[in-house]
Design a protein around this ligand. Sequence first.
Ligand SMILES: Nc1ncnc2c1ncn2[C@@H]1O[C@H](COP(=O)(O)OP(=O)(O)OP(=O)(O)O)[C@@H](O)[C@H]1O
Length: 451
Amino acid sequence: MCSDVAIVVKNLSKSFHIYDKPRDRLLQMLSCSGRKFYREFLALRDVSFSIEKGETVGIVGRNGSGKSTLLQIICGTLTPSAGEVRTNGRIAALLELGSGFNPDFSGRENVYMNAAVLGLSKEETDARFAEIEAFAEIGDFIDQPVKTYSSGMMVRLAFAVAINVDPQILIVDEALSVGDELFQRKCFARIEAIKASGATILFVSHAGSTVIELCDRAILMDGGDKLAEGAPKSIIGKYQKLLYAPADKVEAIRAAISGDSHREIIETDSPALLMESKVAKDVTPELEEFYDPNLQSQSVLAYESHGVLIESPKILNLAGKVVNCLKRGQTYRYTYQVSFAIGATGVRFGMMIKTLAGVELGGATSAVSLQDAVPYVDKGSTMQVEFAFQCNLNPGTYFLNAGVLGSTGQGETYLHRLLDACLFRVLPTADQTATGVVDFKCVPDFIISTN
Ligand SMILES: Nc1ncnc2c1ncn2[C@@H]1O[C@H](COP(=O)(O)OP(=O)(O)OP(=O)(O)O)[C@@H](O)[C@H]1O
């Protein structure tokens, strides 16, 4: 193995035996006839790549694409069915939550055990223990059995160990998403320091922005295949295209992505090759807005009705078609119907767009003050409410609220309100330069001065 290379994965395949019924497993154990009581499931199919020392590589892919299986084989906790993995350097891994811990032992004991597995002597761990404890910030829990820990505490301790053993290769599988935001930031800062020290980092993440920020390169997995590898931004674009594709277009998009990679367009962030990556992107079909029936809000929360009911919240495009997968920059109409089983005064309507995490991004009310509200709505009336909005959001998933304010005699209140009434996605585009959540239409410009 070349001394510049940290990880080599060559023609790696992994198949699992799937038993339809528990008794089939038993029959298989007892069988001497060679008959198979299981189905083979190929979780990884002929995957090859290599990672150089000092590189930070992100692995992305839809659920079940084989990311975790791949990391587990690289770390040696799972054996491949075919192919091989070679690694060069001390590996610290954060795989499944708490997988390296013994639940009956205290945090302190687990730190020593974990560090020993990673090749540290007791004296070396003694010297680092205070730093590990300080980083984990779990207080007196350090001397409690790990089985009493919350998932957040577990990940704090596991991460504190992994990053304080000076790994030459750090492998992280989504573990960071468990910790709270402040801890996540602290971890990212430390990962950057580890990266700066020249270590190799391989991590799985569903967060495209994290991969773009942290990684030098990304690998897209799908259905056990390595579909593409290249510059993070380009790979994330392909991943999102696949993720948000309507069911009948998935195969075409998959084929286009894999076709690109078979032509071996190895994309880097160097300006010369960005031209090539643009060509590769253009091969992938651009997605049009559409309605995905599977995309329904599972978290609708209705306030108690005061004789008023919000119904049929939906998004329409300008042609009047119902859609929930939207295009960035386009104008849409958010509509809902309101039925009044009771007369109400000072009626106002509202909407709010929120992120998956519930952050309120922006909305509107139909009137600034009571003076501008609809003065009176008769009992038995129905109103069709509509808010036109421009979709200045970057690709992602968002929620919409709907609300009706007014009075039925006891002062202004929500006559009805639906939280998470609607769910929509913003589709990725090939030419996206905007980052973050909101597309502020930033226009970059620069002037180079030389002395
Ligand atoms: N021990 C196992 N036995 C049978 N099937 C398995 C086993 N482990 C994983 N699989 C299957 O292999 C496929 C790949 O799983 P893996 O966990 O590697 O995917 P992933 O990309 O990490 O998914 P996610 O993003 O949901 O974590 C899945 O279909 C999964 O059900």
